[in-house]
Ligand binder design. Structure first.
Ligand code: AMP
Ligand code: MG
Length: 338
């Protein structure tokens, strides 16, 4: 298959939209990373996403919509709390899991009776979704296990010859994947995967916000994940990551000094001084900055050939919880607690 390179022009967006309607796969930019899209209602098209990525069939896709009015085309039931949240957080990095309509095929939802729905805010994604007129299932446009792509060139590194087209909308802001939530009852939000839309931001709109245990801990072998993606290993750098939970920088530094060997690195907050003699990268003071930089830093550590990386632990609240979760998954949930 020859992969078309399309650009952010009305004619190319129209062509990309036509390809989607015709059952082809098209990679496009979103505010998080590049997604690999297909018409969520066409089973054969959705299968091509799984084939191109090498994604396990039980890992459900998120369906992207152009506007809130498309919700009833995908979900069979839309509770009032979902409408309230959509008013506040759409478009943006929030995915709501709702009961799925019969005409959304099982391949799209990884065999589940529910489906994750999100409305992205990136202008090129919005224009494409509007023009396509169909709901678009889209995971990140990388081969499974590889880092998520934030440029069209990254997409082509993994997908050239495997997908119909890539719509180049420049570099994405990057960052962690969307917050995934479901509703346990009319007033209870259950966070399945933390993201930039934090528990604290959701709290004013529900009586209760509960965070899934799998956000903090490794699932026992064979356990059923409320959110199937949480059981798969996330992209991690080649280096061994060692999150060090230290009360302050001085204790972190002292411990690292005592344990580090040649080839080891530190991943620090912006405000931390250097650990003497050990190369380091910084990944931001706020949860938002950390979310933005974490995967970029992972790639840079790979390029530097880092062996072990001692990481200052992010907070377990706000947007930083999403960073904590991705870091812990990349580190296999092993922490050094001082
Ligand atoms: P991504 O890997 O960013 O494409 O996001 C897909 C992830 O969203 C999956 O791996 C699941 O963790 C979650 N997800 C999508 N649909 C559902 C669903 N119906 N129920 C629970 N989690 C879902
Ligand atoms: Mg992905």
């Amino acid at each position: 298959m020859k992969t078309l390179r399309l650009h952010d022009t009305p004619a190319d967006i129209a062509l990309a939209a036509r390809l989607l309607r015709e059952g082809e796969t098209v990679a496009f930019p979103t505010e998080t990373v590049y997604g690999l899209g297909a018409d969520a209602r066409q089973e054969a098209a959705v299968r091509q996403i799984f084939a191109a990525k090498g994604r396990p069939a039980d890992n459900p896709l998120i369906v992207h919509i152009a506007g809130v009015e498309m919700l009833p085309e995908i979900a069979s039931e839309i509770p009032e709390i979902a409408v309230r949240l959509a008013e506040v957080f759409f478009p943006g990095p929030l995915t709501m899991v709702l009961p799925k309509r019969q005409d959304i095929p099982d391949v799209t939802s990884g065999g589940l009776g529910t489906v994750g729905i999100r409305m992205p805010s990136h202008p090129v994604a919005r224009a494409l979704l509007r023009e396509a007129g169909c709901p678009v299932a889209a995971p990140s446009a990388n081969r499974s296990g590889k880092p998520s792509p934030t440029t069209a060139a990254h997409v082509l590194d993994d997908m050239d010859g495997r997908i119909a087209a890539v719509l180049d909308g420049g570099s994405c802001e990057g960052g962690v994947e969307s917050t995934v939530i479901r509703f346990m009852d009319a007033e209870t939000i259950h966070i399945l995967r933390p993201g930039l839309i934090s528990a604290e931001m959701l709290r004013p709109y529900a009586a209760r916000v509960i965070i899934d245990k799998a956000v903090y801990e490794q699932l026992p072998d064979g356990a059923r994940a409320a959110s199937p993606g949480m059981k798969y290993k996330h992209y991690a750098p080649q280096a061994k990551l060692l999150p060090v939970d230290a009360p302050d920088f001085a204790q972190f530094s002292e411990w690292v000094q005592a344990h580090a060997a040649a080839g080891d690195w530190c991943l620090l907050f912006d405000a931390d001084p250097e650990v003497t003699g050990i190369p380091s990268l910084r990944y931001g003071d706020t949860g938002e900055e950390q979310a933005h930089l974490l995967f970029r830093r992972f790639r840079e550590l790979d390029e530097a050939g880092a062996k072990t990386v001692y990481v200052r632990m992010p907070q377990r609240s706000g947007a930083a919880l999403s960073v904590y979760n991705r870091l812990m998954r990349a580190a296999g949930f092993e922490v050094i607690t001082l």
